[in-house]
Structure formats: structure tokens, C-alpha cells
Design a protein around this ligand. Structure first.
Ligand code: SAM
Length: 415
């Protein structure tokens, strides 16, 4: 009978090996690489090999599969659904291949891809997606493509939304409270980026990585929850309601916040509102502007021999305002770094209060507006001059104000 014509292209398929016999011949590097995945797939693995690498031995000792310490012999593939032929004996590989062919058992060969009836793809997994890549005879290329796809899924640059759960209407939607970082789109976390790529609805603040919103596919509903300082704002209650409403409609919702959700971000209020309605919420921490904005402007919040502590405070209400929860007199006594958020409007009064309570008037101050974005701008002053400098330079929120000797330790303090 004529040999069937062999094509370079393979027909991809996912084998469901749970409880099914898989015979592995040989226990060298190839088997060592493949055995964990076979075990993870629940296969009933029988390893036949006179010796094994230490890792394979350890797996066998842990009871992950049965190991017969001997050479291959005819009949070993009886009852197998799939075989991995990778002994160091070409004749044994040849014989096992022939047995596999005769028994109609799909078999991969480590020493002769042409003689094999199956090829192992380069595989990877990310969040329930299995990626398997075959490129004919170029395993390094397969691995490179696999890596690119898995990396894209992990960092969200490749969108892989879940459709099945939505189509069936199974279960409520979900909400992820994602800290987007200070503004530079590269400064969101890998997890945050991936969740953003999977979202149906994104409720975004004005601060944070707004550029990422432009990359979302057209079907994604983007809702602006802008809380513009001292101007128009969307009530927190309305944001909470929107989160609940969209999650109830079965949507995958991302609440994208600037910096970290729990640093002056009202994140916990949103978590609580969702919990009250029985809606699950994942919290993804973000890079807070408190540290990253000074860093982007060349200011370390601590520095050996200069500052052993840094304190973060909000100056959105003036020191003499009854609503203020900040003990400015106590802060004035500290020697370390003071990082102020939401303080542009009140910096004059805050600086005067700090001086009044003992912080030297010559303490260096830096104001960093729109840090990590293309519009980043830094001005330098002292506690004595900060209020008037901020006004004169027309500094607008968002800005982080850093007070302390760390302001001048960097190589290029700008004025
Ligand atoms: C409501 S708070 C939110 C803080 C945010 N959750 C965080 O962890 O960065 C907003 C304040 O953060 C500061 N801020 C946030 N992003 C900033 C940026 N890119 N540049 C300067 N300041 C920023 C400003 O002080 C702004 O008024």
C-alpha cells in the first residue's frame, strides 16, 4: 500500500486526556518538559525508562505518575491514547513509532519530527486561555509567537474578553477597581491593563492614564466620572449607582482611578457600596502619585542621611477649617518629607501654618504639576515663598507638593 502523502501542516486539536493512558518512553529533558503538562491535564501517565532526570524522579516519587524502570518493549503502547517517544535509543524510538502507527496511537517523536504522527505545539496559558503555536519545523519561532501572545494577554495589549458567560446571562457582572497610576499609560499595572482590555464598561476619573481610553474598542462604553477640583463633579453616589447598575446588567465593569484607589481615592466607599448590593469587586492597587510624581521630577521621598520618613497629607481644606483632620502643628515638628496632595489652592496658608509651628521658612519646596505626563512641570521654592510662587507661576491642579530637604538632593533641581 502506498505511503499516505505527508503534509507539513498539522491539524490542531485539544486532547482531553483526563483519566486516559498516556505512555512516555524515555525520561530525559524532553520528557521532563512535557510531563508536568500531561499530569496537569489529568492523564494516566505511564513512564517507561531505565533512568530519569532528578526532576522526573521527584515527580514519580511524589506519586504524580507510574514509572517502570526498564527499556521499551513491544506491547507497551497497549491501551494508550497518546504517546511521547523520547528515548536515547533510535532503534527503540523507531520500533515504538511503528507500534504506535499499528495501534493508531498518536505519537510525538523527539528525535524525528517527520516520523511522528503528532507534533507538540509551543504552549502557554493566561487567565483561562491556552495558547498553542505550531510553525512546522521552527520550534523557536513557535515559542516566540507563543510568548508574544501570552505576554499580550497578560498585559492587556491583546484583548480577550469573555463572551460565553455574557451570552448565557449566567451570573451577575463584575467590577474591578483599578488603580491606573499617575497618568503615564505605561505606569498602570499589568493586571490593571489586562482588566481594562476585558471591560465592557469603563468608568474613569479625570486623573490617571486617560490615553488608554482611546485604545479601547468602540463597543466599550466609557463613562466620565470626572471630579474636577473646585468645579463640576459627579456625585460619589451617582458613581456608585452606575457601578451597581452596569454590574447588575451582567457587564464587566472597570472603575479606573488615578494613582492608587485607596489613597484619597474614595475607593473603599465604592467597594462598600458594591458589597451592600452583593456585587463582587476586585481591587487592583495602583502606583500612587504621592511617590511616583516626585520621582518623575527627580525627587526621592526618602534619601539616606536626609529623610527617614515621609508623610502624606491632603490639603484640600485649609488648616484653619473646622473640617480639617490634619494636625498641621504636629507635621511642622517632623524633620522628614511632607508630601501634599490637593493643596494648590491652600499652599500659602499651609506653608504659613507650618512655619508658625516651627518648620524653618527656608525648607525647600517643589511643586510638580501633571507629573509623568507630557505636560509635567516643576517649580521650586521655599516654605516662605511657596504660596506666592504657585500663584505667580499659574500652577493648576493636579499637582503634588513636596516639602523637605529631599527636594534638593537630586542632580538637577529646576527653578
Ligand atoms: C483625589 S487625589 C487622588 C490621588 C490618587 N488616588 C493617587 O494615589 O495618586 C488627586 C490628587 O492627586 C495628585 N495627583 C494625582 N495625579 C497627579 C499627577 N499626575 N501629577 C500631579 N499630581 C497628581 C494631585 O494632588 C491631585 O489633586
Amino acid at each position: 500500500m502506498a505511503e499516505p502523502a505527508r503534509s507539513e501542516s498539522a491539524y490542531p486539536v485539544g486532547l482531553r486526556l483526563s483519566g486516559r493512558r498516556v505512555v512516555v518512553l524515555g525520561a530525559g529533558q524532553v520528557a521532563q518538559r512535557r510531563l508536568p503538562a500531561l499530569v496537569a491535564a489529568g492523564a494516566d501517565v505511564l513512564l517507561i525508562s531505565p533512568s530519569a532526570t532528578p526532576s522526573v524522579e521527584a515527580m514519580a516519587e511524589a506519586g504524580e505518575f507510574r514509572w517502570e524502570r526498564r527499556r521499551y518493549r513491544d506491547g507497551d503502547l497497549d491501551g494508550a491514547w497518546y504517546a511521547l517517544i523520547s528515548t536515547d535509543d533510535p532503534a527503540a524510538n523507531e520500533a515504538a513509532s511503528a507500534e504506535a502507527e499499528a495501534r493508531r496511537v498518536w505519537a510525538v517523536r523527539s528525535d524525528d519530527a517527520d516520523a511522528a504522527t503528532a507534533w507538540t505545539p509551543a504552549t502557554g496559558r493566561s487567565e483561562g486561555v491556552t495558547v498553542a503555536v505550531l510553525t512546522g519545523r521552527d520550534p523557536r519561532r513557535s515559542a516566540a509567537v507563543r510568548d508574544a501572545v501570552v505576554e499580550g494577554l497578560r498585559d492587556g495589549s491583546l484583548a480577550a474578553p469573555r463572551y460565553r458567560a455574557r451570552d448565557t446571562g449566567a451570573g451577575p457582572g463584575s467590577v474591578a477597581l483599578v488603580g491606573g497610576g499617575p497618568g503615564d499609560p505605561d505606569l498602570i499595572t499589568v493586571r490593571g491593563r489586562r482588566l481594562l482590555a476585558e471591560a465592557d464598561v469603563v468608568i474613569a476619573d479625570r486623573l490617571g492614564p486617560r490615553d488608554l481610553l482611546d485604545e479601547l474598542p468602540p463597543h466599550v462604553e466609557v463613562i466620565d466620572a470626572a471630579k474636577i477640583p473646585y468645579g463640576r463633579f459627579m456625585a460619589q453616589e451617582a458613581i456608585n449607582n452606575a457601578l451597581v447598575e452596569h454590574a447588575r446588567a451582567g457587564k464587566t465593569v472597570v472603575r479606573l482611578k488615578g494613582g492608587d484607589p485607596f489613597v484619597f481615592g474614595r475607593g473603599m466607599e465604592e467597594v462598600q457600596a458594591l458589597a451592600e448590593q452583593g456585587i463582587p469587586c476586585t481591587v487592583v492597587p495602583g502606583i500612587s502619585s504621592t511617590i511616583s510624581v516626585p520621582a518623575a521630577a527627580g525627587i526621592p521621598v526618602t534619601h539616606r542621611g536626609v529623610a527617614h520618613e515621609f508623610t502624606v497629607a491632603s490639603g484640600h481644606v485649609a488648616p484653619d477649617d473646622a473640617r480639617s483632620l490634619v494636625d498641621w502643628a504636629a507635621l511642622a515638628k517632623l524633620r522628614g518629607t511632607l508630601v501634599l496632595l490637593m493643596s494648590v489652592e491652600n499652599i500659602g496658608a499651609i506653608a504659613a501654618t507650618l512655619i508658625h509651628h516651627g518648620r524653618p521658612a527656608a525648607t525647600p519646596v517643589a511643586v510638580v504639576q501633571e507629573g509623568t505626563t507630557a505636560a509635567q512641570r516643576r517649580i521650586d521654592a521655599t516654605l516662605a515663598t511657596a504660596g506666592e510662587r504657585v500663584k505667580a507661576e499659574g500652577i493648576r491642579p493636579p499637582a503634588v507638593i513636596v516639602i523637605g530637604d529631599v527636594v534638593t538632593v537630586g542632580p538637577e533641581p529646576r527653578g
